[in-house]
Design a protein around this ligand. Structure first.
Ligand SMILES: C[S@@+](CC[C@H](N)C(=O)[O-])C[C@H]1O[C@@H](n2cnc3c(N)ncnc32)[C@H](O)[C@@H]1O
Length: 420
């Protein structure tokens, strides 16, 4: 099998895992799904799976016309991948033959190769023209409904357009690092944005540890917390460490806590590459003790703010985990508050679009703790629209913000000060 077909076959496997087993792509990669591929083919398989998931609704609409009944999932996914490739400029001959070969090699479904051939030939003829007329893919209803309720139908369509457009590469530089060789655009909040970056580890300054990958929205919590030279800072739920590195680079003495050993290993690698220092602790944030000037809690959440880069999430999940996450966030926020020195501050944030994981958590904490006050002034900075500041005093970011610059991740953050 050619390299390209190997990548395609792996992409079909990844689609089977996401759509059949409810697994996230990151879980599949961690379990070794890409191990047998050469590095350039890994990137190719990932890109094919991600593009197919992002365009799933469009592919299904085109295929529906040609299918009398839904074939087994593996065959359906091969058809989906073929359709996405054909409708985004793939050469008909190569794509059709590849998908036929992949299905014909399958132990149980090999006999359906004729069906795949017939359907993809039709798609090759008619699909590309139809594709352009189809609507921007919508989120599945389990997620669309609460988001429409929170932000309205019009905002939902803008967010879906942002999800479909995908995300550029944003990086955070070490203070004083010369990032000119990277090109890109300096965003008003200080992140550097690079379109069509290619392989990250091949970019100038990566090996030297001059910068790290971090969405512009994800860079704001540590900027707003503003841990200073010599301050004791605690990063709860820290891995892979974007915010730990920001605080360490600012000169704070950082303790970084995360429950996942493998994710802390990634955090350690990131610190080694960038030459930054932090004390690393593999533990449950709820067990952490001590008193700190600045605490950052990037609580585990639905991650619904990251769909631009993770289109697998709405397809693999169904919302059944939300209740437990919301409860855990409330517990973590209350515990984090006990770790803040009088006169100190807590940054609470989540990469979620759901108010239950952001606005509501802070609203309830403000009611519960009389010594807690939300600092609105700290949220004002170039590039941040005053309208994004919320009633309870947090900052709401959405993927449809900064549309001309290429959007941003969905995020919520609030800076909570403890009265001395
Ligand atoms: C949103 S990610 C953190 C991203 C990180 N702050 C950054 O900027 O790179 C959430 C993290 O919470 C960690 N986590 C989940 N439950 C935890 C717990 N009970 N205690 C500590 N960490 C936890 C996960 O392992 C995961 O690394």
């Amino acid at each position: 099998m050619s390299d390209a077909n190997h990548a395609r076959r792996t992409a079909v496997y990844l689609l089977d895992q996401v759509l059949g087993e409810g697994r996230l792509l990151a879980e599949c990669y961690a379990a070794g799904a890409l191990e047998k591929l050469a590095p350039e083919n890994r990137a190719r398989a990932q890109r094919l799976a991600v593009e197919t998931l992002r365009s799933l609704e469009r592919a299904d609409r085109i295929l529906k016309k040609h299918l009398k009944k839904t074939p087994p999932l593996m065959v359906m996914n091969a058809l989906r991948l073929g359709t996405v490739e054909l409708c985004s400029g793939g050469a008909a001959h190569g794509v059709v033959n590849a998908m036929v070969a992949i299905v014909s090699n399958h132990r149980r479904h090999g006999q359906l190769k004729g069906l795949v051939n017939a359907i993809l030939r039709k798609v090759a003829d008619e699909g590309p023209e139809e594709w352009a007329k189809l609507r921007v893919p919508r989120l599945p209803n389990w997620l669309r409904k609460p988001l429409v309720q929170a932000w309205g139908a019009e905002a939902m369509l803008s967010m879906e357009a942002a999800h479909y457009a995908g995300a550029p590469l944003d990086i955070t530089g070490k203070p004083g690092a010369d990032l000119q060789a990277l090109g890109g655009v300096l965003l008003p909040t200080g992140s550097l944005r690079i379109a069509g970056a290619g392989q990250v580890s091949a970019l100038p300054g990566y090996r030297e540890g001059d910068w790290w990958v971090q969405d512009a929205a994800a860079a704001l919590p540590a900027l707003i917390l503003n841990a200073l030279q010599g301050e004791q800072a605690l990063d709860l739920c820290a891995a892979p460490g974007g915010k730990t590195m920001q605080m360490a680079a600012a000169g704070a003495k950082v303790t970084a806590v995360d429950i996942s050993e493998s994710r802390v290993a990634r955090l350690r690698e990131n610190l080694e590459r960038t030459g930054l220092e932090a004390e690393l602790v593999v533990a449950d944030a709820l067990e952490q003790t001590g008193q700190y000037d600045a605490v950052l809690l990037d609580a585990p959440c639905s991650a619904t703010g990251t769909i631009r880069r993770h289109p697998d999430l709405p397809q693999a999940k169904d919302g059944s985990e939300f209740g437990a996450l919301i409860e855990l966030q409330a517990q973590m926020l209350a515990h984090a508050w006990t770790l803040v020195k009088p006169g100190g501050r807590l940054m609470y944030c989540t990469c979620s679009l759901l108010p239950d994981e952001g606005e509501c958590q802070v609203e309830e904490a403000l009611e519960m703790f009389p010594d807690m006050a939300a600092d609105r002034e700290a949220l004002k900075m170039p590039g941040v629209d005053a309208d994004w500041i919320t009633e309870e005093g947090g900052l709401r970011l959405r993927p449809d913000y900064w549309p001309e610059q290429g959007g941003m991740d969905g995020f919520y953050m609030a800076l909570l000060r403890k009265t001395a």
